[in-house]
Design a protein around this ligand. Structure first.
Ligand code: NAD
Ligand code: WQD
Length: 342
């Protein structure tokens, strides 16, 4: 069974392709490489021993997107990862985000409709909850004001799919990821931020390896157990496996509604300082960090209730924070070794 993965050259897309192939699916990818190269797909090929076709197509171009669907009429589903995802960039250039993330989704849906593709899985985000006041968040927790144009594209994306699902037969799942981190255990694929990372874990590993001089902990006077923010970090391979399970759930016709939503988090809140401690423990590296001011726009704490995904998808997030950090570190070290050996 063939699956079309958009954004297959990116971080979560590439790890998901590995899990899909391990579970017997064939995959074709569409990625314009606006935020990636073919490097991760080459890593996927080494891990799986399979050649993966990527169509270098901008999904905002309907004609090119249509041509991909035309050539792959036999797909059983689409997993739509492709999007821009940098919060501060979206604040600085909202139209770029609305154009890219919404236009691409609408084009995907036009093709899904025309080619009668039965199943769709969409990458959403815990950022749709905004500054949630009740924790942990459940899927039915009301969505509050989006804190960035990026988050708004995810709220809008979910709404567009819901409205579409009301009048079309496509079965959809919206997956709300919390904070995906870590890398495949082979260290052949991992997170590959272009330029200076915004996210905590690549910032930690790049500081530890010497690419960046120092990490600043954004805020140490929050009302949390150690004063730093709490997040639900989740291993990228656990996220990846949830996509395979979500697709299988749709293929097995286990869904009760045309459009269903699932949180993908571990359910455990971890503070920034705890994440740093876990990193130092597994790496043996003393991290150069300082306690600094709060970052504007940060929520104090957010973590998931993941009962729905466990019960309905039969999914488990098995990897703990130390293994998340270990695989992220192994990937950073592998990247350095590759540069040194060239
Ligand atoms: P990523 O940037 O590594 O991968 C996204 C890929 O999509 C990139 O390879 C990029 O080139 C491609 N792309 C973007 N716009 C495109 C377009 N118009 N046409 C074709 N390709 C395009 O990001 P990721 O971390 O793998 O994220 C995947 C999805 O998960 C995104 O939708 C993101 O918003 C969502 N998400 C990510 C996180 C996270 O922390 N990584 C958290 C929640 C949700
Ligand atoms: C995690 C924690 C920072 C960097 C973002 C998006 C969200 C979702 C996941 C896509 C926070 C702290 C960070 C640093 C720090 N993505 N931190 N020093 O902000 O929870 O979520 O990624 O959908 O939409 O907003 O992730 O990794 O940036 O931050 O202290 O140098 O680490 O303050 O508490 P965030 P993050």
């Amino acid at each position: 069974m063939k699956v079309l993965v958009t954004g297959g050259c990116g971080y979560i897309g590439s790890h998901t392709i590995v899990d899909l192939i391990n579970n017997g699916f064939d995959v074709v990818s569409v990625d314009s490489n606006i935020r990636s190269s073919t490097q991760l797909l080459e890593g996927v090929e080494k891990i799986t021993g399979r050649k993966i076709r990527n169509y270098k197509v901008d999904l905002c171009n309907l004609e090119d997107t249509h041509a991909v669907f035309h050539e792959n009429r036999d797909i059983v589903g689409v997993i739509h990862f492709a999007a821009l995802k940098t919060v501060p960039e979206s604040v600085a250039d909202p139209l770029f985000y609305f154009h890219n993330n919404i236009e691409s989704l609408v084009n995907i849906l036009k093709c899904v409709k025309e080619f009668n593709i039965p199943n769709l899985v969409f990458s959403s985000s815990c950022s749709v909850y905004g500054n949630a006041t009740e924790l942990p968040v459940v899927e039915s927790t009301p969505l509050l004001e989006a804190q960035s144009p990026y988050a708004r594209t995810k709220q809008m994306g979910e709404q567009i799919i819901r409205d579409y699902s009301r009048v079309n037969s496509t079965q959809s799942i919206l997956l709300r990821y919390f904070n995906p981190v870590g890398a495949h255990s082979s260290a052949l694929i991992g997170e590959l931020p272009l330029g200076r990372p915004d996210n905590l874990v690549p910032f930690i590993t790049q500081t530890a390896i010497g690419k960046l001089p120092k990490l600043t902990v954004f805020g140490h006077d929050y009302d949390t157990r150690d004063g730093s923010c709490i997040r639900d970090y989740i291993h990228v391979m656990d996220i990846a496996n949830a996509h395979t399970k979500a697709l299988q759930y749709l293929l097995d016709k286990k869904n009760k509604e045309n459009c269903e939503v699932f949180n993908l988090g571990t359910g455990n809140g971890v503070t920034v300082l705890e994440a740093i401690k876990a990193f130092e423990k597994i790496s043996g590296v003393k991290l150069n960090y300082e306690l600094g001011p709060r970052r504007p726009g940060d929520v104090i704490a957010i973590y998931a209730n993941n009962t729905k995904a466990k019960e309905l998808l039969g999914w488990e997030a098995n990897t703990g924070i130390e293994d998340m950090m270990r695989t992220a570190w192994q990937w950073e070290v592998a990247l350095r070794d590759r540069v040194l050996s060239n």
